[in-house]
Ligand binder design. Structure first.
Ligand code: ACM
Ligand code: ZN
Length: 566
């Protein structure tokens, strides 16, 4: 073919600049379980793309999104055809497993289902310059290193929790949260949608839940328990918005598990429908943090009708097999010292205990809670769903089939697995991301307390102490992000990252693939890609502390500071 000299020159220049590009150091998080890096690179700009027609529509869409990201960042579309990227169905692989083989001529990806293809694409994106996570064309070394990768996760349940009650997060903010989770191959969003301080999910049969329960008249200021800013605060999601989030997450391989926390943490519902409480109220949507004494009355049949009607609508919105029913902190609320728990003095609850043959004593309330849990568990099971509850549901006599979320340390999860219940590990001691992460507390934004720095998160081993043979009951691991003291998205993201990256390696990597030094070095790449995504993160690991990233104290000053603050 005859070319003009200038075009021939440009073609030669393009070829040279492609084949000479320098690949990124391999800094993928979570680290894939088998990687071997070879010599040479594959230039991705404008490469060919062949997609196996056997891929289902969601997998095709995942590949199309990857191709779109490449086009945006490199400025050149992939062209349909052989001899470049190929995405092929391989039904011998598990749904979350994938293989990638890169040589100088092309990139072959194989997986059997959406999640496998998504994870292959995420791995490829993290092997490229960080600008692949941006939304504009960028000059960079658009090459992938020759490599073979075979990868699948260690745990099936890889969760992150978000508290939308104490502070409310817009749909856009929630989607960004999901984007971050997808980047690090998490697959469950536990969405805490109801609590004493606000009810956030539209329930058509009970409109007051959002009209009244969605708003509080004010909020305590800082840690001053007697204070109130007097500013009305709240918000709630329509069922259409919730469905939009469910679909958005599903396309990214993430199942949304809603939590309707019961029978405690229900003051917003009681403020809306006071007849559901033991005393009949009146109640106000709570304006302070901490644990309320008022909970749903277990002696009132109307409460069960209410819960079933609410959960019926919840199931129409959320296709998740699991529904989280809370169950935490029902007794001994920290407000109103001296006031007895309503279940101790309520005639209706007393009648119910008598009917059930529950004897007076320290276990009575727990047994009554077991009764509530069992009824709701049965209702959900009759509708094809399973319950997850916080580890308090284990106290007394839990019915088979429930999954226990271990938060008060690891004991609940260990006990549950020993008894044959499935468990998800979310211990405060390693995985509460509302706890402080920086050593220089006086430079951190106000938090709930605790201290869970990055290295501590990374060090968590979920199977420690699990009885032999019970390992299969540990479904996985999740971190929780409660938002009492977190009101702004940049603060939310700061608490989330990079601790979520450490979480992802606990969830994904086989133990012999974990290495804190390698992980910590890989964060340089991750910080770059988060910048591209416009997501905030803590730089404590790089000596810049606090939301405004002040230089850390010198080692000597820090020692003096820690000594004074121990
Ligand atoms: C919890 O942190 N109350 C589960
Ligand atoms: Zn009662």
């Amino acid at each position: 073919m005859k070319r003009t000299p200038i075009l021939a020159f440009l073609a030669l220049f393009a070829m040279l600049s492609c084949s000479k590009g320098k690949p990124q150091p391999f800094q993928v998080i979570p680290m894939p379980n088998e990687v071997s890096i070879g010599k040479g690179v594959f230039p991705v700009k404008g490469a060919a793309l062949a997609v196996d027609p056997a891929l289902d529509a969601p997998s095709q869409a995942a590949v199309a999104a990857f191709a779109q990201a490449l086009e945006t960042a490199t400025g050149k579309a992939l062209k349909e055809g052989d001899g470049g990227f190929s995405f092929t169905l391989n039904t011998a692989l598990d749904p979350e497993e994938y293989t990638i083989s890169i040589n100088k001529k092309g990139v072959a990806v194989e997986a059997s289902a959406l999640n496998g293809f998504l994870y292959a694409c995420e791995t490829l994106k993290q092997m490229l310059p960080v600008e692949i996570y941006g939304n504009k064309k960028a000059k960079a070394d658009w090459v992938l290193p020759c490599a073979t990768i075979h990868d699948k996760p260690r745990f099936a349940y890889r969760g992150m929790h978000l508290d939308a009650s104490r502070h409310f997060w817009s749909i856009e903010e929630t989607k960004r949260y999901i984007d971050v989770m997808a980047t690090y191959k998490l697959n469950r969003l536990h969405w805490h949608l109801t609590d004493d301080q606000g009810w956030r999910i539209e329930i058509k049969r009970y409109p007051l839940l959002t009209e009244v329960g969605g708003w509080r008249a004010g909020t305590m200021v800082g840690r001053d328990w007697g204070s109130n800013d007097g500013i009305r605060y709240g918000g709630w999601y329509t069922q259409n918005q919730l469905r939009e989030v469910v679909a958005y997450a599903a396309a990214k391989g993430i199942t949304v598990i809603p939590e309707i926390d019961l029978p405690g943490h229900m003051v917003a519902a009681l403020a809306s429908y006071p007849e559901l409480g033991c005393t009949g109220g009146p109640y106000k949507v709570w304006e302070r943090w901490g644990v309320a004494k008022d909970i749903l009355c277990a002696g009132n049949e109307e409460v069960f009708t209410f819960l079933e009607n609410v959960l019926y609508e919840v199931m129409q919105i959320f296709p998740s097999q699991y529904i989280h029913i809370g169950g935490d902190e029902c007794f001994d609320g920290d407000a109103e010292p001296g006031r007895p728990d309503p279940w101790d003095v309520c005639p209706k609850c007393a009648r119910r205990m008598a009917q059930l043959g529950i004897r007076r004593g320290p276990m009575a309330k727990h047994e009554l809670q077991n009764y509530v849990t069992a009824r709701i568990q049965k209702y959900l099971a009759d509708n094809g769903r399973k319950v997850i509850g916080w580890d308090e549901i284990l106290e007394g006599n839990l019915q088979p089939g429930a999954t226990v979320m271990s938060w008060r340390g690891t004991e609940g999860g260990l006990k549950a697995s020993a008894l044959g219940f499935d468990a998800i590990m979310t211990p405060t001691t390693y995985l509460y991301f509302d706890y402080y992460q920086g050593r220089e507390r006086d430079k951190e934004p106000l938090g709930i307390g605790g201290y869970v720095p990055l290295e501590k998160v990374y060090s968590y081993e979920p199977l420690t102490g699990v009885p032999a043979g019970a390992e299969k009951h540990i479904l996985g691991v999740q971190a929780n992000l409660w938002t009492e003291y977190i009101a702004l998205p940049e603060h939310l993201e700061y608490m989330l990252l990079p601790r979520l990256c450490a979480l992802s390696e606990i969830q994904w990597c086989q133990t012999d693939r974990k290495d804190y030094d390698r992980f910590n070095a890989s964060l340089d790449h991750t910080f770059g890609l988060l910048d591209q995504m416009g997501v905030n993160y803590s730089l404590d690991s790089r000596g810049l502390v606090g939301l405004d990233r002040k230089p850390a104290r010198s080692a000597a000053d820090l020692e003096t500071y820690l000594e004074a603050n121990r």
